[in-house]
Design a protein around this ligand. Structure first.
Ligand SMILES: *Cc1c(COP(=O)(O)O)cnc(C)c1O
Length: 400
């Protein structure tokens, strides 16, 4: 990345990020390079490039082999690094591949200790709780991190806003409480449009790029933004695991970035309006969205986050039966997991995204049988509201 890029404003960086080589290439849109291998005519130069990548760096010339490096993916990574304000970013085949790589690269896997704040995305929670990568986890409340961190703690992991409760956590405070221990923040819900954790001292900024970054429900991907020394082990793990992002997926992600701010801001405005209306609906007991009164006691919106985001949750009266009835009754909303798409998705965390989380842990953070999560898309708010109203009417009958 050229240093001059670092001062570009967000909207400009979204449009122009990762495009530094276009002038030299004489292209206007990103070329899609699907090569699995790259001819090596100068063996000494090839060895030098390979050695640089084996050490965790960028190639010095040839990409050599697609599991080591791909120019299309590298452009997407460069764009993400600029957006997150970090030196580097490393992309993976999915958000969970990125999370696994972070555990491996930080030393948390294979017997290391992690302090984590619930709720986390169900897959992340399960990865830690199951110990499948050999992590030992201490679950702590956000204000209990300092007490939970040990001499041998490899990583602190949290989300803000959290999935699915939309809890906000003060990142500067977490970084202070973690002391020498690196902090990994899953920034999937906020995106760099609303929040840039690295500016607050966070070491690793992770995204399920499947969500807002991809934005159209057609790409599975993950990415981690961090400084260059932290990127080296991430790349080494990626080469070893082989969990690389397909270049076609990287190309689609890069294509989605110029509209990211427009999409996030439009979804956020509609989510805020829906949260307001749902809060007084008789079939709804609680609404979770950072815009709601009392949802941001530390005043993080405006200070840490530029807005409340496009995901909300609600709890319906009538528990599981009523929630299931909403899932069946919606006609415009899509009853499906995932989030950050152009269309509005509604899902049941206890039954789907967070099914793998311990029952006690679910209850502890407020994932009740009546909880539904909505990722607001780009539809007209009135059409969404009409659909929700008719679905809640069905739910009201089902819950009695
Ligand atoms: C979906 C999600 C993940 C996992 O990402 P995949 O791309 O599905 O592997 C991780 N964190 C959060 C917050 C998510 O919403």
């Amino acid at each position: 990345m050229s240093p001059s890029n670092r001062t570009r404003r967000l909207a400009t960086a979204l449009v122009h990020g990762g495009r530094d080589d276009f002038a030299a290439l004489g292209v206007h849109a990103p070329p899609l390079d699907r090569s699995t291998t790259y001819p090596v005519r100068d063996l000494a130069a090839g060895i030098a490039s390979l050695d640089a990548m084996i050490a965790g760096g960028q190639p010095e010339g040839s990409s050599i082999y697609a599991r080591a490096h791909n120019p299309t993916t590298a452009r997407f990574e460069q764009a993400i690094a600029e957006l997150e304000g970090t030196q580097a970013a490393v992309a993976y085949a999915s958000g969970m591949a990125a999370m696994s790589a972070a555990l491996l690269a930080s030393g948390a896997a294979g017997g290391g200790h992690v302090v984590a704040v619930r709720p986390l995305y169900g897959g992340s929670d399960h990865l830690l709780a199951s110990g499948v990568l050999g992590t030992e986890v201490t679950w702590a409340p956000a204000d209990g991190i300092a007490a939970a961190v040990r001499e041998d703690t490899a990583l602190v992991i949290l989300e803000t806003p959290s999935n699915p409760m939309l809890d906000l956590v003060d990142l500067a405070q977490v970084v202070a409480d973690a002391g020498q221990v690196p902090v990994l923040v899953d920034n999937t819900f906020a995106t760099p449009v609303l929040q840039r954790p690295a500016e607050l001292g966070v070491t690793w900024v992770l995204h399920s790029a499947t969500k807002w970054l991809g934005g159209h429900g057609d790409v599975l991907a993950g990415v981690i933004a961090c400084d260059e020394p932290r990127a080296a082990p991430l790349r080494q793990v990626r080469i070893g695991l082989g969990a690389v992002l397909d270049p076609q997926a990287a190309w689609l992600l890069h294509r989605s970035l110029p509209t990211l701010a427009l999409r996030v801001e439009a979804s956020q405005a509609t989510a805020t309006e829906l949260a307001t209306r749902l809060a007084t609906h008789p079939t709804v007991t609680r609404v979770f969205h950072p815009s709601r009164p009392g949802a941001d006691p530390a005043g993080l919106i405006g200070r840490q986050m530029r807005g409340p985001g496009g995901v909300l949750a609600l709890e319906v009266t009538g528990g599981l039966e009523a929630a299931a009835a909403v899932m069946s009754a919606v006609r415009l909303l899509t009853p499906a997991v995932s989030l950050g798409s152009t269309d509005t998705l509604i899902e049941h965390p206890a039954g789907l995204t967070h099914r793998v989380v311990d029952d006690d842990a679910q209850a502890g953070v407020g994932i009740t049988p009546g909880l539904l999560r909505i990722s607001v898309g780009l539809e007209d708010v009135e059409d969404l509201w009409e659909d929700l109203e008719q679905a809640l009417k069905v739910a009201d009958a089902a819950g009695r």
